[in-house]
Design a protein around this ligand. Structure first.
Ligand code: BTN
Length: 284
């Protein structure tokens, strides 16, 4: 295991640049600590263990491979050696827990910005936090809460497909990688540096008085799923179709069904409904 403490100088709060938007505030310097491992069952599990032991906010765990990588909905996250970036960060948010779902939106914004800055790769965000390129998944985010002696913490785990060997061949229709999207061999270290920097920037934004509003706005600016997208939503006890109509202030997705009702989605699997599916459903 290697330990590093890179220093990132954050450039104050930028927020939206409209009149009346957030003004840059005092410069703050964070000192994230990065723990690197050759192999772990799961970086989320390791980060949770360290959070329970009292690790500070900002501790990052990175592994070259995971032998029991965890995805959403109890799924496995296949994590072969050096084919993906497997990363987790401990956060100890000081704000009310009803705002914590915004942490996953914040993480998605950070991944989006990190890939843009480090690889010139412009990605899309599918609600709440899948990072897509050409509608194929390039990165998944799993945020988990952990009870610790110092209060409840959050571990945000991020898995970025660097090469196409990071996912099983039968997923090639729905998954992509940085390498196939850019046509270049990605530099994991450069992406990692950009990711940690972007996370700290967005986390700082979120903690501002108007943080929730700003994060929702920043998310919508980067996601084609925010407004006007025809989607199917699978929830635990129902499936619905409709058109997206923005986010609530807590990050929930608003979906307008064909009878004009607005449904508020707080958990569920969202997928795009392609025009050909709409045509065939209509029988034309
Ligand atoms: C998803 O299902 O979309 C979320 C996948 C999250 C995977 C990452 S890889 C690093 C971290 N450690 C884990 O075990 N899972 C997350």
């Amino acid at each position: 295991m290697k330990v590093e403490s890179p220093t990132f100088r954050l450039h104050g709060i930028v927020g939206n640049k409209q009149k009346g938007g957030l003004k840059p505030e005092s410069m703050e310097t964070f000192t994230p600590q990065i723990l690197r491992f050759d192999s772990l069952p799961s970086t989320n599990l390791e980060a949770a263990r360290r959070a329970i032991e009292g690790a500070a906010e900002g501790l990052c765990v990175v592994a070259a491979e995971q032998t029991a990588g965890r995805g959403r909905l109890q799924r496995e996250w296949v994590s072969p050696k050096s084919a993906g970036l497997y990363f987790s960060i401990i956060l100890r948010p000081g704000f009310e827990q009803n705002g914590w779902p915004l942490l996953t939106l914040m993480a998605a914004i950070a991944v989006h910005d990190a890939l843009l800055d480090s690889c010139a790769l412009k990605t899309d965000i599918k609600w709440p936090n899948d990072i897509l390129i050409n509608e194929k998944k390039l990165c998944g985010i799993l945020a988990e809460t952990v009870e610790t002696p110092h209060g409840r913490a959050v571990v945000v785990g991020i898995g970025i497909n660097l090469t196409s060997s990071s996912f099983p061949a039968d997923l090639y229709r729905v998954a992509s990688s940085v390498e196939s999207a850019t046509g270049k061999s990605p530099d994991a270290e450069v992406i990692l540096g950009a990711l940690v920097h972007a996370l700290l920037m967005q986390y700082q934004l979120l903690q501002h008085d108007r943080g929730p509003e700003v994060i929702v706005g920043e998310w919508c600016a980067r996601s084609s799923y925010c407004e006007g997208k025809r989607v199917r939503v699978i929830e635990s006890n129902r499936t619905l179709e409709g058109t997206t109509r923005g986010l609530q202030s807590d990050g929930a997705l608003r979906v307008e069904t064909d009878d004009g009702d607005i449904r508020i989605i707080r958990a569920g699997d969202v997928s795009v409904v392609r025009p050909c599916e709409i045509i065939s459903q209509n029988g034309s």
